[in-house]
Design a protein around this ligand. Structure first.
Ligand code: NAP
Ligand code: HSE
Length: 428
């Protein structure tokens, strides 16, 4: 008897699962100690069912989720529809019905993960979601299993395949934003609403999940500051290159003396930093820990087969645990009370792009503003001037978020200065 699974949704990721189950059948059977059968597939409506059947998919398609939830033969429900609702309701019902759940839905897990994990525990069923962070990179199990003896102090990650693909195409190959986004969508990298990809929201969801696995703390999504790639201008890219940096959208989660800080922002990475060469749809998670030191986990962050591989691995693990009668163990057992870092403890170097009048005393005035907040300059340069307005670039030495807030509001109030952009700079 095979273990029967029900798929909720049959889009980019879900339609990659049958390929892997077939292609690697022998290996999967050895690992799972059983065969796996896709018993039913939930699709949106009859038109979609007919379209898929006409395309040659001969699954038992259903349009009512109850046909899966009430089917006692189905032991594992695999949710790959995305978004919060109805995914949350369907997953909750599946867990309550004693079914194990696999999902790649980071939106849902980042916002309602605690509730769902409690429900899974209460019903003694598994809730696995390796694919929710960095697609094909097996980072969550690495953090909870392989790094179990280590203390993680910081996680830096290129965590969104779509935005990294877009940035690479725009910067290296001169594509327009629209061309790059359209191709990312065609390649199956982007979310159904790509706003989450380009505005840093998707990466912030992943930062929430990484905070649990890396630091045992469930940070609220609202506590993860996020800024996306739409805030980066061609000028910023050119200055970064001139100064020896590459700009990438980076998630940064770290434990300070007062607690945890997590944010997602365009970041200046020194060209020699391992994350600086993570291009295209590739993601990487760079972990600093007291035992291993620095380690980086690299691979495709989005796309059908890489993501389906992570989802299928979760399914196989559940099937094997059913066989071994050990199913129900939490995906991540590391948990401690949340403490949020004080802004004065969260320190970085920063880049400031400022427009100012091209006249005597401007630089002195700027230096005085920074000096008043005890921020020192690491680099300062005048980029261009039309004779009246100059483009000034400042890279600071390490400063705190408190100092950043203060200097930013002083610059906003200063009549002579127009702050165009501020990004974090990763020190060498
Ligand atoms: P997708 O291609 O948009 O597939 C989702 C499918 O679910 C669509 O066919 C959609 O139908 C269907 N669906 C949505 N709501 C439904 C409902 N109520 N009833 C029945 N079917 C419904 O998305 P995807 O890229 O496969 O992503 C699936 C999940 O994996 C998401 O949570 C995503 O964030 C996550 N993920 C994706 C990737 C990736 O590379 N794509 C990587 C990691 C994680 P309609 O088209 O009619 O809406
Ligand atoms: N849209 C997401 C990305 C999918 O581009 O990274 C993987 O989570």
């Amino acid at each position: 008897m095979s273990v029967k699974i029900g798929l909720l949704g049959f889009g980019t990721v879900a339609s990659g699962i049958p390929f892997l189950l077939k292609e690697n059948a022998e290996k999967i059977q050895q690992a799972a100690q059983d065969t796996i059968e896709i018993a039913k597939v939930l699709v949106r409506d009859d038109a979609e069912k007919e379209r898929l059947e006409a395309a040659g998919h001969d699954y038992y398609f259903v349009t009512n989720v109850d046909e899966i939830l009430a089917d006692e033969d189905i032991q594992i429900v695999v949710e790959l529809m995305g978004r919060i609702e109805p995914a949350k309701t369907f997953i909750s019902c599946a867990l309550e019905a004693g079914k194990h759940v696999v999902t790649a839905n980071k939106d849902l897990l980042a916002v309602h993960g605690s509730e769902l994990r409690i429900l899974a525990e209460k019903n003694n069923v598994a809730l696995y979601y390796e694919a929710a962070v960095a697609g094909g990179i097996p980072i969550l199990r690495t953090l909870s299993n392989s790094l179990v003896s280590d203390k993680v102090t910081r996680i830096l990650g290129v965590l969104n395949g779509t935005s990294n693909f877009m940035m690479t195409k725009m910067v290296d190959e001169g594509w327009t934003y629209e061309e790059a986004l359209k191709t990312a969508q065609e390649l199956g990298y982007a979310e159904s609403d790509p706003t989450n990809d380009v505005e840093g929201i998707d990466a912030a969801y992943k930062a929430v999940i990484l905070s649990q696995f890396g630091f045992g703390m469930t940070i609220d999504f609202d506590n993860v500051e996020h800024k996306g790639i739409s805030t980066i201008s061609p000028d910023d890219v050119a200055v970064a290159q001139e100064l020896g940096y590459v700009i990438k959208l980076v998630g940064d989660i770290r434990e300070t003396a007062s607690g945890l800080s997590a944010e997602v922002s365009p970041t200046f990475l020194p060209k020699q930093h391992p994350l600086a060469s993570v291009n295209g749809v590739m993601n990487a998670v760079f972990v600093e820990s007291i035992g291993i030191g620095q380690s980086m986990y690299y691979g495709p962050g989005a796309g059908q087969k890489p993501t389906a591989a992570s989802v299928t691995a979760d399914i196989i693990r559940i099937v094997r645990r059913l066989k071994d009668e050990t199913v129900g163990k939490a995906f991540n057992e590391f948990s401690r009370p949340l403490q949020i870092a004080a802004p004065s403890d969260v320190r970085s170097e920063y880049y400031f792009s400022i427009l100012a009048p091209d006249k005597n005393g401007t630089l002195l005035q700027l230096a005085e503003i920074f000096n008043a907040e005890e921020i020192s300059f690491k680099q300062i340069l005048q980029q261009a001037s039309d004779g009246e307005q100059a483009h000034l670039v400042v890279v600071t030495h390490s400063m705190s978020k408190t100092q950043l807030e203060r200097v930013t509001s002083t610059l906003a109030e200063a009549a002579d200065f127009m702050l165009q952009n501020t990004f974090k700079v990763l020190g060498e």
